[in-house]
Design a binder for this molecule. Structure first.
Ligand SMILES: [Zn+2]
Length: 119
């Protein structure tokens, strides 16, 4: 992208970068996603964090990446701790279950296990 076009794209994304318009920020491994309160609706934006990471947004823009994707990327760079780390949560949950609970094998239904947390 030419420098001027890149600057314009960032200017369009700026109102959303690390702003209250961007909520439900979530990270799962290399994937990040957020809900963005856009000009014409609420959009769900998600992106791979790699340098050439692909991304999707359900806004009607025909530009790619759209301003929401740009804003998501910029927010991740500016404020990564604002993203809820799903893997870390699952890890901590597994630790809690390991420490505090027991895993009980169920007879019915026949598949899977149910997890019982004791106190
Ligand atoms: Zn978009």
């Amino acid at each position: 992208m030419p420098k001027r076009a890149r600057k314009l794209a960032i200017d369009r994304a700026r109102p959303y970068i690390d702003s209250p318009l961007m909520t439900q920020r979530v990270r799962l491994g290399p994937q990040i996603s957020a809900r963005i309160d856009g000009s014409y609706g609420v959009y769900r934006t998600q992106k791979h964090t790699g340098p050439r990471g692909s991304g999707t947004c359900n806004c009607p823009s025909e530009r790619w990446p759209c301003k929401h994707l740009q804003a998501l990327e910029a927010t991740w760079r500016a404020n990564p701790t604002s993203f809820f780390d799903v893997q870390r949560f699952l890890d901590s949950l597994a630790w809690i279950i390991h420490e505090k609970g027991e895993v009980v094998e169920t007879q019915t239904p026949p598949r899977g296990y149910s997890v019982v947390l004791s106190h």
